[in-house]
Design a protein around this ligand. Structure first.
Ligand code: 6GU
Length: 244
């Protein structure tokens, strides 16, 4: 997968995309991430990339020219444009979910536009952007952090990026319940012990314990997900009984 990120703060992104999962994915040549400085595309004095909003209001809006020119370089022709998905992280976008990450992980080319201030000129959104994504109900100062969140969630789902031992399979959100607690050696630490069942070697009991812990945690931390889980298991029971 090719990933291009347009930003006025490349220094915010570079250390992150060059470490952790993104670095491994790039070393394995499964992903190629390029960070582009929007300022370099600006025709204005001193590489200016923002201006006052028409009609007034607080804050600045990113001007269309540098973004348009940067996108025109990334997409030299219609074919390259058709093969890509342009994502705009923004607090007024659609909620980012695991399902969103799964769909984006199937793309061959993703382009992220990081906005600042009040955002970007609407004409860029109308003409270029395929998908507007919010990572949660709070406001961040910049789209960079949100873009990094989305990239991390997507890259780890690309086949081959994670090793078997780190497999994305039982993740919270790819399974209908949140994750259970995990422990490792030593079995007693500062007089804190590990639940005995995990040391019992009794696989069925361990599985039952883990499901119970997942239920307990989901009920408390994400009641809506828990309700969905209850409905789904009720439906599955009906299907098993042949009533649906
Ligand atoms: Cl995608 N951007 C910004 N600036 N703030 C956010 C967000 C995105 N998602 C939630 N808050």
């Amino acid at each position: 997968m090719k990933i291009d990120v347009l930003t006025i703060f490349p220094e915010m992104l570079e250390p992150v995309v060059q470490s952790s999962i993104s670095r491994i994915a790039q070393e394995k040549e499964l992903v190629d991430i390029s960070v582009h400085n929007i300022r370099r595309f600006s025709d204005a004095k001193h590489g200016k990339t923002d201006d006052y909003p028409f009609g007034g209001g607080a804050g600045m809006v990113m001007t269309p020219q540098p973004l348009w020119d940067a996108l025109s370089v990334i997409f030299p022709d219609d074919v390259s444009r058709k093969r890509a998905r342009i994502v705009f992280p923004t607090p007024d976008g659609q909620h980012f979910k695991q399902k969103t990450a799964e769909l984006l992980a199937k793309e061959e080319h993703l382009v992220f536009i990081c906005g600042h201030y009040k955002g970007i000129d609407q004409r860029i959104r109308d003409y270029w952007i395929d998908q507007e994504i919010s990572i949660g109900e709070y406001v961040l100062t910049s789209g960079e952090i949100a873009a990094l969140v989305i990239i991390d969630a997507v890259v780890r789902l690309i086949p081959g990026v994670l090793g078997n031992s780190e497999s994305a399979e039982g993740d919270s959100y790819s399974y209908p319940l949140l994750d259970c607690p995990w422990y490792t050696r030593p079995d007693t630490f500062h007089s804190l012990s590990v639940p005995e069942v995990l040391l019992s070697g009794h696989h069925k009991h361990i599985l039952q314990w883990r499901i119970e812990k997942r239920r307990e945690k989901t009920k408390i931390n994400n009641p809506r997900l828990y309700q969905r889980y209850l409905q789904q298991t009720a439906l599955e029971d009906l299907i098993i009984k042949g009533e649906k």
